[in-house]
Design a protein. Structure first.
Length: 469
């Protein structure tokens, strides 16, 4: 699976360059070591002394036979390919192939790709509004982004795109497919899709638009219970999340009784944004750490003091479209026992990509580390397992006649509150949840769990107060 947008650093490319410049340091150190060895050799020869020379390990040298094979293939293409190909084109293709064969997320960045990289983290870009990857030569939808043309047209996570207009996807690179999906706003692209459960391909027309992604959305589900939806992690998502918590508390008029964080179909994004979001809910402790071969890829992120909702129960919703930074947040809150994770197994993207500049206009995006949750779990290719598995479902309330009750008996003993209008309080409470939780079985399950935790919390408080008396 190859994802089009999956990066480590924050939005400004200058920050990316500052992080990755240190990657060249080991090479510089090697050059300095070679110079010092040369100086020792010259001094030994000048003094007629004995000089010990350490020969390089043959197993660590470039394989000459393979280099000859490369130049032979290069020459054959130059001489015999059906159309003339420039040396620059061949070398660039060789670089692309060398990176793409490492893993699905490493790639070569031409100048235009730089611009698209910045767009993807700024929250505004042109196209359809889907996070895509490669699977068996076809483009697979990891998740449609909320409120985008693709989501409104009915594109779903897990869809396999086999044609873009009349062009078959088989044989295309991910970059080529993405370029076809991008285009002038207002133009229509027909996606031919294979979908699980469908016996034949389906066609979906999607009108391209300028995609402006709202990273964080919020609302009150019921009195005291907040809901925050994070669509993807952009550079300022952490700040937006903190602002959303403050706004929810202000709207409620005090501390929340529970909070649902919805990460379903969130494809990830900026690592630091996920760290900042977790930090808002944790008082201390490790959030995530990365391990790689070079020193600059070994990072640790820990929470600073201050839980912004002061221990309010939290439920995090995830599914198969929750990837990368979403899994970092869910894994941190799960390991630190700060939230209950509910839903289905997440995507399982547990590697970190770093942008390494080659010159002013070109760079490579290369996998440099794996990330681990606080307990040392790697979620690469496995994902986050929910504490409570809740699969999507459609609920239909059954019509039923009212039950015959004590109050219907002739001459019944009057109840204390009978006739004061409070006998339908439960129904009013259910109605106030709004249509959002009523339509969404997983969200309703999260809300019910928070209600139960809140009830238990109040009972525990009363018992402790009673024991103190």
């Amino acid at each position: 699976m190859k994802r089009d947008r999956s990066i480590l650093s924050s939005r400004p490319l200058r920050a990316i360059l500052l992080v990755t410049c240190f990657i060249t340091v080991p090479g510089l150190a090697l050059g300095q070591d070679q110079n010092s060895e040369t100086e020792k050799l010259l001094k030994g020869l000048q003094n007629n002394g004995q000089v010990e020379i350490t020969l390089p390990d043959p197993e660590k040298q470039l394989p000459l036979d393979d280099l000859r094979k490369f130049t032979e293939v290069f020459a054959r293409i130059k001489d015999a390919y059906v159309e003339e190909v420039s040396d620059q084109k061949l070398l660039e293709s060789a670089i692309k192939g060398m990176l793409s064969d490492l893993d699905p997320h490493s790639t070569y960045l031409a100048p235009k790709d730089y611009e698209e990289l910045e767009e993807s983290t700024s929250g505004e870009f042109g196209g359809l509004g889907i996070e895509v990857g490669m699977e068996n030569g076809f483009v697979k939808v990891i998740s449609p982004i909320d409120d985008t043309p693709a989501q409104k047209a009915g594109v779903q996570a897990g869809d396999l795109i086999i044609k873009l207009d009349e062009k078959p996807v088989k044989g295309m690179s991910l970059e080529e497919a993405v370029k076809l999906m991008r285009g002038k706003p207002g133009t229509v692209l027909t996606l031919t899709i294979m979908r699980e459960g469908e016996s034949a391909p389906i066609e979906i027309d999607v009108k391209r638009d300028v995609i402006k992604v709202t990273s964080v959305k919020k609302r009150i589900l019921e009195n005291g219970y907040g809901y925050v939806r994070i669509t993807q992690f952009q550079a300022d998502t952490g700040t937006q999340f903190s602002d959303a918590l403050k706004a929810l508390k202000k709207e409620h008029g005090g501390d929340l009784d529970g909070l649902v964080i919805d990460l379903r179909n969130n494809p990830g994004g900026v690592l630091q944004a996920a760290v900042a979001t977790a930090d808002a809910l944790l008082d201390d402790g490790l959030i995530v750490y990365t391990e790689g071969r070079i020193q600059s890829s070994r990072l640790r992120f820990s929470a600073s003091p201050g839980d912004e909702i002061e221990g309010t129960p939290v439920v995090v919703l995830i599914n198969g479209g929750s990837a990368s930074a979403s899994e970092i947040l869910a894994g941190a809150l799960q390991d630190q026992e700060r939230a209950v994770i509910m839903g289905t197994q997440s995507f399982g993207k547990g590697s970190v990509q770093t942008v390494i500049p080659l010159d002013e206009n070109h760079a490579i995006k290369m996998t440099t580390a794996r990330y681990y949750t606080p307990s040392g779990r790697s979620i690469q290719a496995t994902g986050i397992t929910p504490d409570i598995v809740v699969r999507p479902a459609e609920l239909k309330e059954l019509d039923s006649k009212p039950f015959f009750t004590e109050a219907d008996l002739s001459g019944h003993l009057k109840g204390q509150n009978e006739g004061d209008g409070n006998n339908n309080a439960t129904d009013q409470g259910e109605d106030s949840a709004g249509n959002l939780a009523a339509r969404d079985y997983q969200l309703r399950s999260a809300l019910n769990l928070l209600k139960g935790l809140h009830i238990l919390g109040k009972k525990s408080t009363r018992e402790m107060t009673g024991a103190g008396e």
